[in-house]
Ligand binder design. Structure first.
Ligand SMILES: O=C(O)CCC(=O)C(=O)O
Ligand SMILES: [Mn+2]
Length: 202
């Protein structure tokens, strides 16, 4: 296990957890997932198309449409989600130290102009399990708030290779991504930011 490099509002942040070669290898593993489970654009429960495109790996994938936010055992095209790549599970084990493996690895892709509004991750059954996030590609401005909506917030630029653990007192804090610095990284040939979040769902 490694120690967090900084703590922001109880979020543990591991700056530069993955070096360049490890980031490239992880992207290679994710390509296999994207091939069988292509990115799609979910709509919010208010019927608005999200600017972030998504897909998942694992037993469940996170899904959203007019019926609300939930986990589904299948991709919207009908096939089961592919398994979570071993390289992702290795990060989960090393950083969280948990035996229990995540049920879902949500893959978010932020193209130019994409953002994610402030929200809580609360579609899982048990909030004692942490959520682990891995950032790849372009820098993203990550904002952390409070358990209740609104109030003061703090922000940090997440860069390629950074890992964040939202657990314990931070598990239900609001968070979001205000914007990305499109083209700031050369990891993805067409630019953009990928964020992985591993979740225990059941
Ligand atoms: O992109 C990020 O850094 C955060 C993603 C997130 O909060 C989510 O998928 O629930
Ligand atoms: Mn979230």
């Amino acid at each position: 296990m490694t120690d967090a490099t900084l703590r922001l509002r109880d979020f543990d942040i591991y700056k530069g957890y993955l070096d360049g070669p490890a980031q490239t290898a992880l992207i290679g593993a994710l390509r296999g997932v994207l091939k069988v489970a292509p990115l799609f654009s979910p709509t919010t429960r208010f019927g608005k198309k999200m600017s972030v495109r998504m897909t998942s790996a694992g037993k469940y994938g996170w899904y959203s449409d007019g019926r609300g936010y939930r986990y589904e055992p299948r991709h919207p095209d009908g096939m089961p989600w592919p398994p979570i790549p071993e390289k992702v599970l290795a990060i989960w084990r090393d950083v969280t130290g948990l035996e229990r493996e995540p049920d879902c690895c949500l893959i978010n892709y932020y193209g130019e102009g994409a953002r994610m509004g402030m929200h809580q991750d609360r579609d899982e059954a048990d909030f004692t399990w942490p959520v682990l996030s891995v950032s790849l590609g372009d820098d993203g401005m990550f904002r952390i708030g409070n358990e209740d909506r609104g109030g003061k917030t703090e922000s940090i630029w997440l860069e390629s290779g950074d890992v964040v653990v939202m657990g314990g007192p931070a598990r239900l804090l609001h968070h979001g991504v205000d914007r990305i610095r499109f083209g700031s990284s050369r990891l993805l040939p067409k630019g953009g930011r990928i964020n992985l979040t591993c979740r225990v769902v059941d």
